[in-house]
Write a protein that binds this ligand. Sequence first.
Ligand code: ATP
Ligand code: MG
Length: 581
Amino acid sequence: MKMSKLFVQTLREFPSDAEVISHKLLVRAGFIRKLTSGVYNYLPLMWRVLKKIENIVREEMDAAGAQELLMPFVQPKELWEESGRWEVYGKELMRLRDRHDREMCLGPTHEEIITSIARDGLKSYKQLPVNLYQIQSKFRDEVRPRFGLLRGREFIMKDAYSFDTTQEGLEKEYENMAKAYTRIFKRCGLNTKMVQSDSGAIGGSVSHEFMVITDTDAGENDVFYCESCDYSANSNHAISVLPKTKIEGDWQKAEIKETPNTLSIEELCDFLNIPPSLIVKSLVYIVDKKPVIALIRGDKQIEETKLMNAAGGNEIRIATAGEIEEMMAVNGFDAAKGFIGPEGLKEYNGYPVTVIADETVREMKNFVIGINRKDKHGVGYNWNCEVKLPDIITDTRLVEAGELCPKCGKPLKVTRGIEVGNIFQLGTKYSEPMNAVFTDVDGKAKPYIMGCYGIGISRTAAAAVEAHNDEHGIKWPLAIAPYHAVVIPVSTKDELQMKVARDVYITLQKHGVEVVLDDRDERAGVKFKDADLIGFPYRITVGRGINDGLVEFKIRETEEIMEIKPEDAAEIVVSAVHNIK
Ligand code: ATP
Ligand code: MG
């Protein structure tokens, strides 16, 4: 490819709406252009990268025994009603109507469709197990599309679904996919960590995420990990052992104490001169419109996904001050934020109030707790004496760095990660409601035991840029670079330089190297800048040195520069490209 013909416009400046480096660089280097919020054109350079990632994914999925198919992008409402998700999916699901007023949606994921395909075709245990996958654009009307390709509304995903006859079969396939994923990301030049993660409201299920670790804003997930053992988990799933601390108060008797203007835990601690670990904190949440009071030890924070799952909902938010006042009034109290407690609140919004306590409150004694009375708290209270221990007690706590590893007891660390893929043991979540069954050896009809496995193709490309860049631009890993190399004649007017540049270009092409010849009549500085920005892994510059038989060879990843013979430069590139796998 000649640079003069390559469809690429690099920009002098970063786009003003970009916050993270992959978004900035992909726009500035001419890989993507925004069409509308969260929707991007993949320009020729980007498309080459995406196709390479797709092919790595295809090769590894095929090698792992999965089969590729392609399902429609538009899906009928009926299947989503069968699974029960039409009602609960929320606004991310882009719903539309056709000319006959039939309701449809744009595919955000394909569990319903694949399950309907399976139930039509996989009738006997003899046909199982099967793993089917596709690579396709998905649409999710994300609340906050941002960070360019990292969180788009339209994005490319590989989604695979496995069907087994037994849980053991599913677990084996899960392992198989975990191994394939590790190979895929490694081949893409990415270091990933496989971490335990939340698996939604279906208790008991197992899921893991593959995270590209980054200490930038682009990492939307907090990952807790242990350096002494292999424990690592997303914050929505992480657990920890707490170091010992004071959880029993010194009060001689239980009483109601005046605590004026103690609106925060801090103010209450100051007023009573106690540590926060002696306070049972009560917070009001709204989960799918329903009121939830969450209790937790005063020095700890709620992890909202855990709380949402414990409440069995799909959307969670903290209640507003207005809602709290209203809830108090409806239940005959005059308290406001700061004085809330778990007892006596019956209903709100037409729903009963659910109280969910975190494990940390269970062992507390002689504690301080809100009693729904303004400027007052109960002190020296105990469970099942002055206040009832809630029925629902579970882990809803946000882990903090420094707390102890649940596996080996050493302090946990925290870092941020970009989720590029995930694997999930679904079990019968879809097959059961959709009546997707096979006939087992014993002649009985049973629902398939399913797994699902996603990879964000476009997000992986952006994550690679997050992981490989410097102040000059992108440093593509060789296996997914749009082109492997660029050949730059410093002066296109110099006959010798042009001749050698062309020879090297042709030699590389002959040996299967994807190479660009920068034949533009531009200053060398401009060409170098573009080469660095676009991120070609190898640059061969033919300048004055050619009079002594030498070219300049640059490795973008390490910024190493060598003066070598043109044929040696070509050989290094050819052999690197042949060794890509
Ligand atoms: P996230 O927690 O980041 O929203 P998710 O759990 O919703 O991801 P899945 O539904 O499991 O993601 O989708 C599989 C993969 O698709 C993810 O691992 C991720 O790599 C990618 N992906 C999900 N949402 C987006 C998005 N909005 N833009 C780009 N890639 C995405
Ligand atoms: Mg999501």
